[in-house]
Design a protein around this ligand. Structure first.
Ligand SMILES: O=C(C[C@@H]1CCCCN1)Cn1cnc2cc(Cl)c(F)cc2c1=O
Ligand SMILES: [Mg+2]
Ligand SMILES: [Mg+2]
Length: 564
């Protein structure tokens, strides 16, 4: 391809609005242009890389028996009402009306669509298992789109859905997908970890997220060097305390605690360690307010709370809701005499004589003990694990690293087939709901993850598996006939077996070299003064120096050095 015909609007200066390295680099190297917050145009270099990523994903999906479809973006409201999700999702679900004033969702995912489509066609277990996939634009109206393509409002996803007559069949496809994802992320040259994750409201018991390691990643991965354990911190189970305090239960005492609003202020006021205090939170679920008490030095894990109450809709109760229900300010809440059900984290369950708010603004109770002073409705694991704590498999101390979620595989079970009446006749002629799995890869997000891990101070360097072109052919001076003639010949020869980007622009050599480092093709060939002696300069993107190579040796030189 001649670069004079491409559209690569590289920037001289680094764009300030970019908040992540990949976002900055993709703007600077003329790969994307923002149309609106979280909405981007993919320019030619990006489109070529996305095609290469999609080809790898497509090949691996077909390799495990997935058949490709293309599903609609416009989903009739009725479909999402069948699954009950039209109301379950708030503003994140983008909705429009057509000319007849009928409502549609812009597809954020396609469980409803694929289930209704297959349901109408498939009546017998003999047609199972079936795996269908698509690579398609998704819409999610993120509250805080950011980091370029890492979290957009319109993005490309590969989403696959599988249908099964029994668990064994679902397990097989889940494993096939898991292994296919491992091959895909390896081929994409991503340093990834598959981690146990929380399935959220889409149901299903089992799910793994594939995380590309990156400091910019929003997710925290909990792992240990002692075993292969790895989990999203949202999910990572905390080991309950071995023994419970055997302290003798002391008399409760009510104390005035004016202006004590936080557990830190309480600990200072009591001159007690944070680990001897508690903090009480109130969350709002579909069936009312719930009070959760955790140790004062811990943080509430909202994903674990959602999983415990098996709901997607959890909000921290607003102050006025708390005051209306509990007649006390948020800093003075506690379980004693609470009108709403109280749940204790395992750590609090093992404590004795702890302080809590008195449910009276400006007062606390000391030496409270559950069972004696109040009945808990339940106990559970409601907190985030801390580094150094033993991980759930007991093998060793937890360590943290950041990751970008680039894929996720789910066992959905019968959540959608029951909600949408998708049954088949089994081998005994009995109707039973079909079991499903679903499997996603963030295609446009993967591109950003690759840029995050393939760059240096000069710009991007593409893995050969996804590079937009194999070779960057550059003329150092377009005025010199020998140079342009030689370059044109080389372009013809190399184009037979390689994808060549021929920088034939009438630009200064320095500009061309800088652009070449920025765009990041694996190898660059410069046709300059040496052309008259049949010499060109070859430089791998990561090489410090160029090497002079005879033009007659060029093809074998490129092959011998595995440049192209
Ligand atoms: O999408 C999934 C699960 C899997 C992921 C892999 C491919 C198939 N789907 C989870 N999820 C995430 N955000 C969503 C946002 C909106 Cl607005 C929505 F209405 C639904 C969902 C939603 O269901
Ligand atoms: Mg997540
Ligand atoms: Mg996820």
């Amino acid at each position: 391809m001649r670069q004079s015909q491409m559209f690569i609007p590289t920037l001289r200066e680094t764009p300030t609005e970019a908040e992540s390295l990949s976002h900055r680099l993709m703007l600077k190297s003329g790969m994307i242009k923002q149309l609106a917050r979280g909405i981007y145009a993919y320019l030619p270099i990006t489109q070529l890389v996305l095609n290469n990523i999609q080809d790898i994903v497509r090949e691996e999906m077909m390799n495990i028996g997935g058949a490709e479809v293309h599903l609609p973006v416009l989903h009739p409201r009725e479909l999402w009402e069948e699954s009950g999700r039209w109301d379950a999702y708030g503003k994140e679900l983008m909705r429009i009306r057509d000319r007849h004033d009928r409502e549609f969702a812009l597809g954020p995912t396609h469980e409803e669509v694929i289930t209704s489509l297959v349901r109408d066609e498939l009546k017998s277990y003999k047609k199972l298992p079936l795996t269908l996939f698509q690579i398609q634009t998704k819409f999610r109206d993120e509250l805080r789109p950011r980091f370029g393509l890492l979290r957009g409002r319109e993005f490309i996803m590969k989403d696959a859905y599988s249908f099964h007559i029994d668990e064994e069949s679902l397990d097989k496809t889940y494993r096939d997908m898991y292994d296919a994802y491992s091959r895909i992320f390896t081929r994409l040259d991503l340093n990834y970890r598959a981690v146990e994750a929380d399935g959220g409201s889409i149901g299903g018991s089992h799910t793994h997220e594939f995380m590309a390691l990156a400091d910019i990643g929003e997710d925290t991965i909990v792992y240990t060097d002692e075993s292969s354990y790895a989990a999203n911190i949202e999910k990572a189970e905390c080991t309950p305390p071995e023994e419970r305090s055997t302290e003798e239960m002391l008399e409760t005492e009510k104390i005035a605690t004016p202006d004590i609003g936080t557990v830190k202020e309480l600990a200072d006021f009591l001159d007690a360690d944070l680990t001897l205090t508690t903090k009480t939170m109130v969350v709002k679920t579909e069936d009312g307010l719930k009070m959760i008490v955790i140790r004062g030095d811990q943080e509430l894990n909202d994903v674990k709370v959602k999983a415990y109450f098996n709901t997607e809709m959890i909000d921290m109760a607003a102050d006025e809701e708390i005051t209306a229900e509990l007649n006390a300010a948020p800093g003075s809440l506690g379980p004693v005499g609470s009108p709403i059900p109280v749940y204790l984290d395992y750590q609090v369950e093992a404590m004795r004589n702890y302080p809590v708010g008195a449910n009276e603004t400006g007062y606390h109770l000391l030496n409270v003990n559950h069972e004696r002073d109040f009945e808990a409705a339940g106990t559970g694991d409601f907190r985030f694990i801390n580094e150094g704590e033993t991980v759930a498999d007991g093998s060793g101390p937890a360590k943290f690293m950041r990751g970008i979620e680039v894929g996720q595989v789910f066992k959905l079970g019968t959540k959608y087939s029951e909600a949408m009446d998708f049954n088949v006749l089994d081998q005994n002629g009995r109707a039973k709901p079909v079991l499903m799995g679903c499997y996603g890869i963030g295609i446009s997000r993967v591109l950003s993850a690759i840029v995050e891990s393939h760059n240096d101070d000069k710009g991007i360097y593409w893995p050969k598996s996804v590079t937009p072109f194999d070779i960057h052919l550059i003329t150092a001076n377009t005025k010199d006939e020998t140079i342009t003639g030689t370059a044109a010949e080389i372009y013809d020869i190399l184009s037979k077996n390689h994808r060549v980007l021929y920088d034939d622009r009438n630009e200064r050599a320095g500009v061309k070299f800088a652009d070449s480092e920025l765009i990041g093709l694996p190898v660059r060939i410069v046709v300059g003064r040496g052309a008259k002696d049949g010499i060109v300069e070859v430089k791998g993107r990561l090489d410090e120096e160029s090497t002079e190579v005879r033009i007659t040796d060029l093809t074998s030189y490129l092959a011998d050095n595995d440049y192209a």
